[in-house]
Design a protein around this ligand. Structure first.
Ligand SMILES: Cc1cc2nc3c(=O)[nH]c(=O)nc-3n(C[C@H](O)[C@H](O)[C@H](O)COP(=O)(O)O)c2cc1C
Length: 313
């Protein structure tokens, strides 16, 4: 049986984004896509979200920047990236030759920085969308504080919307008092989708030295350990917004993807699991048609949000 995997993001954007399947790879876990192009057939992915980009290049935090934890990992990369100018000059010309859409994840310290980067990306061939990282926990002066507040989220989204016709995804932090309020603020300000969740702040102490393992002291927790939190927040947010919800957090298998879709996600992103097995997202894509069929449906849309009470089964 033919199973429709296609999903649309940004139906109201000037340049809507059609994904051939709902499985993307998450920002910060897939570089600029080029790194994995030698390992797997990246063109079959739903989309690639590139590493978070800032106005100026960043070398990131000093090491150790990564440590394994039960069911996941902590990272404190500190937004190491080439900067927006080199991204436009050097990366986008490669992406334009690809079938797979590339969404650029941007992280500003101010509303103006977000708006200026969005303006620089607008109309650049090879850039299919923009994801606003208003929730990165590792840059003290930046995203975290911004994403905690619905009013600032709205201000950033509105300023970005005014500068670009590209689909805009707003990436939310799980560490806010009212994530539904923040999601609604993003939608009302013109977001085409919300992505959730970013990492949760955590720390690990080396009992031998008595010191934190990460040089940054804290890091962002990702991987299966955070999946139940992510599934719940996708479930909650998808009931209060009309725009697509892109779910992520610990996805490593087809079962995990189904869980997010049943919770209300239109699309998903695979992050940390790619480090252990670069083929994870592709394996999931291969298994998706049969998984949808096995549940008696002809498209992924039909499974979306079925976990919500009151929906037809
Ligand atoms: C090493 C690493 C770097 C990350 N860098 C970014 C980033 O630059 N921008 C961003 O929005 N999210 C970043 N994230 C968060 C992921 O995109 C994702 O939201 C989070 O890890 C949860 O998904 P996962 O459990 O499947 O990894 C990063 C995650 C990891 C593990």
């Amino acid at each position: 049986m033919y199973v429709d995997l296609q999903v649309e993001i940004g139906v109201n954007a000037k340049v809507p984004l059609t994904l051939r399947n709902p499985v993307m790879v998450a920002s910060g876990t897939f570089g600029y896509g080029t790194e994995y192009a030698r390992l797997i057939d990246i063109q079959r992915l739903g989309a690639i979200v590139c590493k978070g980009i800032t106005v100026r290049p960043r070398r990131g935090n000093r090491g150790p920047r990564i440590v394994e934890t039960p069911g996941g990992m902590l990272n404190a990369i500190g937004l190491q990236n080439v900067g927006i100018r080199r991204l436009v000059d050097e990366k986008a010309p490669l992406w334009v030759q690809w079938d797979v859409p590339v969404i650029v994840n941007i992280a500003g310290d101010t509303v103006d920085e977000f708006a200026s980067m969005a303006g620089q990306l607008d109309g650049v061939p090879g850039v299919a969308g923009i994801e606003l990282n208003i929730s990165c926990p590792n840059v003290w002066e930046g995203g975290r504080v911004i994403g905690e507040d619905a009013a600032t989220t709205a201000a950033i989204t509105e300023a970005v919307r005014a500068r670009t016709g590209l689909p805009v995804l707003v990436k939310l932090s799980p560490e806010v008092a009212d994530i539904c309020g923040v999601a609604r603020a993003a939608e009302e300000a013109g977001a085409d989708a919300v992505s959730l969740i970013n990492t949760l702040v955590g720390m690990k102490i080396d009992t031998r030295t008595g010191r934190p393992v990460l040089a940054n002291v804290t890091g962002g927790l990702s991987g299966p350990a955070i999946r139940p939190v992510a599934v719940w927040l996708v479930y909650a947010v998808s009931q209060v917004v009309g725009i697509p919800v892109v779910g992520m957090g610990g996805i490593a298998s087809i079962e995990d993807v189904l869980e997010f879709i049943l919770a209300g996600a239109t699309a998903v992103q695979v992050g940390t699991a790619t480090f252990a097995e670069p083929r994870t997202a592709l394996d999931i894509i291969d298994q998706l048609p049969d998984a949808v069929c096995a549940r008696g449906r002809a498209s992924v849309h039909e499974l979306r949000g079925l976990a919500h009470s009151g929906r037809d089964r």
